[in-house]
Design a protein around this ligand. Structure first.
Ligand code: SD4
Length: 320
């Protein structure tokens, strides 16, 4: 059995390519890295890699992580600027004996030393988004995850039973310089153990980190829960906990896959989408919906939805 699951529609092209690789026997490390790179490289996905939205100083600072579920090795970068594929830097860091998590200038030095591609990640389109947001938020500077589409997080299982998890993001639009979210934090934005399965998150990093939600899902799967049961329990319980203690809970959407290729997804927001491909299921985008009793269900995205998605992502943008 093999499979790959990812947050958001934007992962579709990447997981489609990864599925082809997995089918031919490629390992979970190469497949997930390729899938994430494809999201990083596509300039119209405005919360990951090239074209990612900048911080409040109009600089694109990226976070990424890579985890090997066999050895539990982890590599992470935080607030890195001017490098094309943070996930690949994170992967190389996961192979180091120490110094696995580098941030800012240190991460950039490492990337430079190892010959990673330098690239100005700020696009003209992202600058327009920035200027428009400055205009809209002169009197409302509250931190909010950029609505529309966000961090890419994935879990991958290859035919040999090896598992990986990886994330990549430009984090919250208009974040402070140096702010790092949950995405490169082990147990929060991602976690994977090939003996069990893996999970990954998108949402308000500040809240996801409070509950180490990805680790909690893997822990519940280890106790015998199906990925869907584990996602439901971890996300619903923690959402409740935050509301009781703090009066509100930030956006949280979690995806998971176990080492049998079974998967689960739970969100506390409207409008979440995810993409999945397994030996049994061709690459598919699902939309998460809620019925009148608030119960979550999945719907395969229609062709119309898919067409509209790409149309709005690539539509010309006007500076207000
Ligand atoms: C962060 N979790 O930096 C990321 C961003 C995200 O929905 O996924 N936003 O907090």
């Amino acid at each position: 059995m093999y499979g790959i699951i990812a947050t958001w529609r934007m992962a579709l092209e990447g997981i489609t390519e990864a599925e082809e690789m997995l089918k031919k026997g490629s390992d979970a490390k190469d497949s997930i890295e390729k899938a994430i790179q494809m999201v990083e490289d596509f300039e119209f996905y405005k919360s990951v890699g090239y074209g990612g939205l900048p911080n409040e100083e109009m600089e694109v600072e990226l976070d990424a992580a890579f985890m090997d579920g066999d050895s539990l090795s982890i590599g992470c970068v935080g607030a890195i600027k001017d490098y094309a594929n943070p996930v690949s830097i994170a992967r190389m860091l996961s192979e180091e004996p120490v110094n696995n998590f580098l941030v800012g200038a240190g991460a950039e030095k490492y990337a430079h030393r190892h010959g990673f591609e330098r690239k100005n990640m700020l696009t003209e389109r992202a600058k327009i988004h920035y200027h428009n947001r400055v205009k809209e938020t002169t009197d409302n500077k509250e931190l909010k995850p950029y609505s529309g589409h966000d961090t890419v997080g994935m879990v991958c299982l290859d035919q040999e039973g090896h598992m990986t998890s990886a994330t990549s993001t430009s984090g919250l639009f208009m974040k402070h310089a140096g702010r790092v979210g949950d995405s490169p934090i082990s147990g929060s934005g991602f976690y994977v153990d090939s003996k069990v399965g893996g999970a990954s998150a998108t949402g308000l990093g500040e809240d996801v980190m409070k509950g180490c939600v990805s680790y909690e899902i893997v822990r519940l799967m280890k106790e015998g829960m199906h990925p869907q049961e584990a996602c439901d329990k971890a996300v619903r319980d923690f959402d409740q906990e935050l509301k009781e203690r703090r009066g509100k809970a930030g956006d949280m959407s979690l995806i998971a896959m176990n080492n049998k290729g079974e998967w689960g997804v739970t969100t506390n927001i409207e409008g979440f989408s995810f993409a999945v491909a397994t030996e049994k299921e061709k690459p598919t985008v699902y939309l998460v919906k809620f019925d009148e009793n608030g119960k979550q269900y999945f719907e395969v995205a229609s062709q119309e939805w898919m067409d509209n998605y790409m149309k709005t992502r690539t539509a010309p943008l006007v500076r207000k």
